[in-house]
Design a protein. Structure first.
Length: 204
């Protein structure tokens, strides 16, 4: 994976292009469990996260920006979770996405949802990212990509004709029952949080 992935720089809160159609129908692929970032799954990871809709979300325990271990079970015990995977701290698109969630966190919480970001960056990198952008939600570190693989979002990507493996920007809405309710694949960052809010309202 390249150490830095350039993304088109877009100001926060500007234009709101149409979001990819979220996946709602359950598919036949089995869910895969990732017990921790240190232990990869024993089964092959799904090739497409969409196959997890309607299934129990892959379990995990990862360190947050402060080094505290956070499990999916501890999150869903408090309600719904908006779990979003992103490529890299500090990059333009990831900054726009994070700030978009930051600015709409109150509305998301009113709908009973928590926001949690996941990338392969270190906890130290997450600390700097949170401090720089005044983020008001946790970021989890998955340096071995065990969890991104379990969720089917660690994929072959291309940039300027060069192919590499990396995290495809994807958001999962997970219910308090631990079941994946909806997935937003290949997220376009501008206006994404509003699309998630609309989906949460529809899901009830």
């Amino acid at each position: 994976m390249a150490s830095k992935i350039k993304e088109s720089k877009k100001p926060v809160g500007t234009g709101k292009p149409a979001q990819p159609k979220p996946v709602k129908a359950a598919a036949a692929k089995p869910a895969i469990l990732a017990k921790s970032a240190k232990s990869a799954t024993s089964s092959k990871a799904t090739d497409d996260g969409e196959g997890l809709v309607g299934k129990k979300a892959p379990a995990f325990t990862l360190a947050d920006q402060d080094g505290k271990q956070v499990s999916l079970a501890s999150l869903t015990a408090r309600g719904s979770v908006v779990l979003y995977f992103y490529p890299k701290d500090m990059t333009p698109g990831c900054t726009t996405e994070a700030c978009d969630f930051r600015d709409n966190l109150v509305a998301l919480r009113k709908l009973g949802a928590q926001v949690v970001g996941v990338s392969a960056d270190s906890t130290g990198s997450h600390q700097k990212f949170i401090a720089k952008q005044s983020l008001n939600f946790p970021l989890l570190s998955d340096p071995g990509n065990a969890v991104t693989k379990a969720y089917g979002v660690y994929k072959k990507k291309s940039l300027y004709g060069r192919e590499f493996m990396g995290i495809e920007r994807t958001t999962f809405i997970i219910g308090g029952d631990g079941v994946i309710k909806q997935i937003f694949p290949k997220v376009k960052v501008n206006g994404h949080s509003e699309a998630v809010i609309a989906a949460l309202k529809q899901l009830g």
